[in-house]
Design a protein around this ligand. Structure first.
Ligand code: GLY
Length: 392
């Protein structure tokens, strides 16, 4: 039995970048929203580097994901501008392109297979020699054998974006953020009509949006599993951080180096010229143990400095591990489900930051009875039915 009850039009379960974006777009659309999360922003968003990289993260067999990612990226500029207007916060969207580096001859062969895939998808990254790549990014290591330039893959700052979304929600009279954990869905005649939290409150709502990352599977039988990713944060003094996102392969291992603008460094001794640099990421199936592994930290640093040797001079600030929510086909689960009152916004795997703005638009369309953006047709939450029928 619940100790108390509250009600709103919508309850969003999960306060990461996806859930908070959904909640903000929903209150902007005139709905009253309760967002439930015991520790908002402390899931996958906390580790994410913020790459908006549908082209450089695409791979064989994933053309639907690449197309969805390209649509997701197109939603970012308006989202960032709307959020800046609402809060005065610059969310760090940097449209400066991505350099994809290949360290040795085998990595160059891999890069060329990837370039051939892009030709099939109608995408146009440009192959560069090592020398051409170093002209574009002078801090690129001398051993880097080849590269490609992806002008349309960008980056945003996930922590700042989530903080801006949180500020926008706190300032909105239609929004309430409740710091407790959802423990059970309330159902009535087959429909989801609310959520019970661990403080004993039943949050009644016309609709519940599950945006709890890989934990979404604990409330409904959403087929999401944790895929752990470690990222590192460095404080880079002037002259040690690349200008562009640099990613690539080093002897077969993927790595990325994401520089933020000057003034984003942290720790004692940082100055207005220091930059935060994020290095990522491991990809490990398994239980969501949040302790970074020694081997993961070592490999990320070794491979990042192979691409950008000047990073040796940066200060090590943080190693963070969180789990991404992955689905069986690596595509997310977005929109109204077959269970009345239950909407999903999860399963974004490596693309939670990239797809947050488009997901928020789609979920609000579903909540208000409008048509979902066509790009989301591949993200139907019921494509793994009858899995959602188990919602309890
Ligand atoms: N999108 C980058 C990652 O998941 O590591």
């Amino acid at each position: 039995m619940s100790l108390s009850e509250a009600s709103s039009d919508v309850v969003v379960v999960g306060g990461g970048i996806v859930g908070t974006a959904v909640a903000w777009r929903a209150v902007e659309a005139g709905l009253s929203v309760t967002l439930l999360d015991p520790s908002p922003g402390d899931g996958a968003t906390h580790a994410a580097a913020g790459m908006l990289a549908p082209v450089s993260e695409s791979w064989f067999g994933e053309s639907a994901l690449a197309r969805l990612g390209i649509a997701g990226l197109a939603a970012w500029p308006r989202f960032a501008a709307d959020l800046a207007r609402a809060t005065g916060i610059d969310v760090g969207l940097r449209e400066t392109g991505t350099l994809v580096a290949a360290y040795d001859a085998d990595d160059v062969a891999h890069l060329r297979r990837w370039l051939a895939l892009h030709a099939e998808l109608g995408l146009e990254p440009t192959e560069l020699t090592g020398t051409q790549a170093r002209r574009r990014e002078p801090l690129l290591g001398h051993h880097v054998a080849g590269a490609a330039w992806v002008p349309g893959d960008h980056v945003a700052d996930p922590r700042t974006t989530r903080a801006a979304l949180s500020a926008a929600l706190h300032a909105h009279p239609g929004a309430a953020v409740v710091r407790s954990a959802a423990v059970r869905l309330e159902r009535d005649a087959g429909a989801v009509v609310g959520v019970h939290d661990d403080a004993g409150t039943l949050h009644r709502a016309g609709a519940v949006v599950l945006a709890a990352g890989w934990r979404s599977g604990e409330l409904a039988a959403a087929p999401v599993r944790p895929v752990r990713g470690q990222t590192l944060r460095l404080d880079a003094p002037p002259g040690t951080a690349p200008e562009h996102v640099v990613r690539g392969r080093v002897q077969g291992r993927p790595v990325y180096v994401v520089p933020r603008p000057p003034g984003t460094g942290s720790g004692p001794g940082t100055t207005a010229e220091h930059r935060e640099v994020v290095v990522g990421a491991t990809s490990e199936e398994g239980p969501a143990d949040r302790r970074p592994s020694a081997g993961g930290v070592f490999a990320l640093l070794r491979d990042a400095r192979a691409l950008v040797p000047a990073l040796d001079e940066a200060a090590f600030v943080e190693a963070t591990l969180r789990a991404r929510p992955a689905t069986p086909d690596n595509l997310p689960l977005v929109g109204p489900s077959a269970t009345p009152g239950l909407h999903l916004a999860t399963g974004h795997h490596r693309g939670g930051v990239l797809l947050a703005p488009l997901t928020a638009e789609a979920v609000v369309a579903g909540l208000t009875g409008a048509a979902l953006p066509p790009a989301l047709s591949v993200a139907d939450p019921d494509r793994f039915t009858p899995l959602l029928e188990g919602a309890s």
